[in-house]
Write a protein that binds this ligand. Structure first.
Ligand code: G4P
Length: 514
């Protein structure tokens, strides 16, 4: 592993951290970047940088709440391995952004607070990972504090997530009793050394374990399955590590585990086909678009996860949504030590492509324009609101803004077949605040959101005759989305099952793939 060549796809680890707010994701991210040599940070770990401040109201929301609404890309290198860490929003309301970011990674670290175990957000994000069999390494954080018993934690992960757990370490005491962490593989105990603010881990062989701990270690080793890399990589088993992000303890072991076990770039689904990272042709898909980073420039950055080939600056790629090639002259290559010098990227890397709105989330980019990546769905919104303009002469601007923002994946927009009141749908409440402040700041449109009679939406699929028939009798509950696709607006989940039962020839889908 140590001699891995940084130019091969085998040397890339593209991953995300999933956790519940406060479990320590930000702290761990900082320590990962410090431990590995961070070579480029795209966006701050938290909304801290002066340059990021005051850019737009939307970023003010981030600041006020101390959260990062938008994902960013962080890259670091260690022992010949390039790690691409994609940040996912960690707050309770998450958006489709989060889901989509998880489609662009090959593995994830699940951070759990040792005192709290599996929390709701961890679980939700875990389910998204499971949808795509994303392998997960578990990091039980905050062992420097009183926590729950190791067995309780391990059993909770196994039971709540229906996952095999394989402990790789055992904390020798927690909180005030904390003495170090036993590493099963080497039999050594990593003990804290140096000032207590951030101690260095020193490896000690033949550490004299207290009897009670020695017994528990034996139980942990026989009571749980041995680590099986295939089971891990297929998403059925999680190896469990312990540590303290705050004290930078166990972080090196975690990085080593990612380097050793986490998969290099995986093949990506394109319909029936799987596109291998070794394919010669450069291919990738857009999983995120960030617009209006700077109010003076209407540029957007489209984030492409590269799936195969060797990308070179200035290369021509064809976006599936456009049909004709574009030359990519000024890509942002996040792994670049020096932005100016870097000019190639590999499978697993993320490339930022400045554009004026031509690239959309879900687009495939490729040299030959023959394949389409699949699996970047839109999700049925859980919150629907009517948009009410304060100034009715601004209808055109509002339409443009809603189209733009839905393109970006900030919201979904539905244009009802009857009546002129447009409806926006989101997965989390925070997206609504982002919507209102961005409408004002970027489009000079003042709008209010009002209750809508609908509770959820379902995309309709079926043969043309059945669709027409359904449309004829249900126009009051139908809308078109941004792409003109037919959507059933339901007043309740019951409404959905009722209509599905009555119309078995139609599919009422909670997701839509572009
Ligand atoms: P998040 O991004 O997952 O929301 O969590 P974050 O890293 O911001 O950590 C949440 C709180 O937990 C922070 O404390 C942080 O210092 C603390 N924390 C993180 N890792 C550890 C750990 O290993 N041990 C202990 N004891 N605490 C940890 P805070 O008081 O909310 O914020 P701050 O004032 O320290 O920034």
């Amino acid at each position: 592993m140590a001699q891995a060549n940084t130019d091969t796809t085998q040397s890339r680890r593209t991953f995300a951290i999933i956790s519940h707010p406060d479990a320590g994701k930000t702290t761990l991210t900082e320590k990962l970047l410090l431990t590995g040599g961070a070579i480029h940070l795209a966006g701050e770990v938290k909304a801290r940088g002066a340059a990021r401040r005051a850019r737009s109201d939307w970023m003010k929301i981030e600041q006020q709440r101390g959260i990062s609404v938008t994902s960013s890309v962080m890259t670091f290198e260690r022992d010949g391995i390039t790690f691409n860490l994609l940040d996912t929003p960690g707050h309770e309301d998450f958006s489709e952004d989060t889901y989509r970011t998880l489609t662009a990674v090959d593995s994830a670290i699940m951070v759990i607070d040792a005192a709290k175990g599996i929390e709701p957000q961890t679980r939700k994000l875990f389910e998204v990972c499971r949808l795509r069999s994303v392998p997960i390494i578990t990091f039980v954080n905050k062992v420097d504090r009183e926590g729950r018993s190791v067995f309780e934690l391990l059993d909770e992960i196994a039971d709540m997530l229906a996952l095999d757990v394989s402990p790789q370490m055992y904390p020798v005491g927690m909180g005030g009793e904390f003495q170090g962490i036993l590493d099963f593989a080497s039999g050594e105990v990593v003990v804290p050394e140096g000032p207590s603010k951030e101690f260095k881990g020193k490896r000690v062989a033949g550490f004299d374990l207290p009897d009670a701990i020695a017994e528990n270690v034996e139980l942990a080793q026989i009571g749980y399955p041995e680590f099986d890399i295939d089971a891990y990589r297929s998403g059925d088993m999680t190896p469990v590590y312990f540590g303290s992000a705050l004290k930078n303890f166990g972080v090196t072991e975690l990085i080593e585990a990612i380097a050793k076990y986490a998969p290099p770039p995986r093949p990506q689904p394109a319909g029936e086909e799987q596109i291998s990272p070794d394919r010669d042709e450069v291919t990738g898909f857009i999983f995120k678009v960030q617009a209006n980073m700077d109010p003076n420039h209407r540029d957007r950055i489209a984030f492409m996860r590269q799936v195969s080939g060797t990308f070179k600056r200035g290369m021509k790629l064809t976006p599936s949504g456009l049909g004709k090639p574009i030359a990519i002259h000024s890509p942002i290559l996040f792994f670049a030590q020096d932005r100016e010098l870097a000019d190639t990227a590999q499978a697993g890397d993320i490339i930022g492509i400045p554009n004026h709105g031509t690239l959309r989330v879900g687009d495939t980019l490729s040299e030959k324009n023959q394949i389409r990546f699949t699996g970047l769905p839109n999700f049925a919104p859980e919150i629907l609101r009517r948009v009410q303009l304060e100034d009715p002469t601004k209808t055109k601007q509002l339409r443009k803004a809603l189209d733009d923002l839905s393109e970006e994946g900030v919201i979904q927009v539905f244009y009802p077949e009857i009546g002129g009141q447009w409806i926006v749908g989101v997965v989390g409440q925070l997206q609504l605040e982002v919507l209102i402040s961005r409408l004002e700041a970027e489009y000079k449109v003042e709008a209010r959101l009002e209750a809508s009679p609908f509770a959820t939406a379902r995309w309709l699929r079926g043969d043309a005759r059945a669709m027409d028939e359904f449309e004829k009798y249900n126009r009051a509950n139908l809308a078109k989305d941004r792409d003109g696709d037919l959507v059933f607006m339901a007043k309740s989940p019951w409404d959905v099952s009722y209509q599905q039962e009555k119309n078995p020839e139609l599919v009422f889908s909670a997701t839509k793939e572009r």
